[in-house]
Design a protein around this ligand. Structure first.
Ligand SMILES: [Zn+2]
Length: 166
């Protein structure tokens, strides 16, 4: 399979980094909006978060889903129905890598299984590191095919190459 590439603006990375700093050492995060340019390239056009009802803890973060859904809806309208929900972002303060936790994998499965999102693939950006020195790791997840041997569809996760645009 061809390597997936996510195009993210330097500005978006800066905004997420600033937000990560603001809540450090607690986790924070939000939602990613954009579009798949083709089968392997995804463009992040905007990032939002956290919402006012998000819950920030040292080792967990709970999204403010209602607030995020409202941002997604307004970007969808503003972009004339081309920019949609493509995934989430959150922080792992003081972590040495952006490795996904068990909770992260469960939430990917929830997103992919949700009827309203109807996504084949979803992104998860993890900013890891320490205050002012955040590094992004990006993952893409999709569900494998179900079979009579394997009724529970497997969660397929792969690393995504980050390309910055200005
Ligand atoms: Zn996480």
């Amino acid at each position: 399979m061809q390597r997936l590439t996510a195009w993210i603006s330097s500005r978006s990375l800066e905004i997420m980094g600033r937000e990560a700093d603001r809540l450090y050492p607690l986790e924070t995060g939000g939602v990613l909006i954009g579009y798949w340019a083709d089968d392997t390239n995804v463009v992040v056009t905007a990032e939002f978060g956290p919402g006012p009802a998000a819950i920030h803890k040292r080792y967990s973060y709970k999204h403010d889903h209602a607030w995020e859904a409202a941002r997604v809806a307004s970007e969808y309208e503003r972009s004339e129905r081309t920019h949609v929900y493509i995934g989430d972002w959150h922080t792992h303060p003081n972590a040495s890598s952006g490795r996904l936790s068990g909770t992260d994998k469960r939430s990917l499965r929830t997103v992919l299984g949700s009827q309203e999102a109807r996504l084949r693939r979803t992104l998860m950006v993890v900013l890891f590191g320490t205050s002012t020195e955040w590094q992004p790791d990006i993952w893409a997840a999709e569900l494998g095919r179900a079979s009579i041997w394997n009724w529970r569809r497997s969660l397929l996760i792969e690393p995504v190459l980050l390309r910055r645009y200005t």
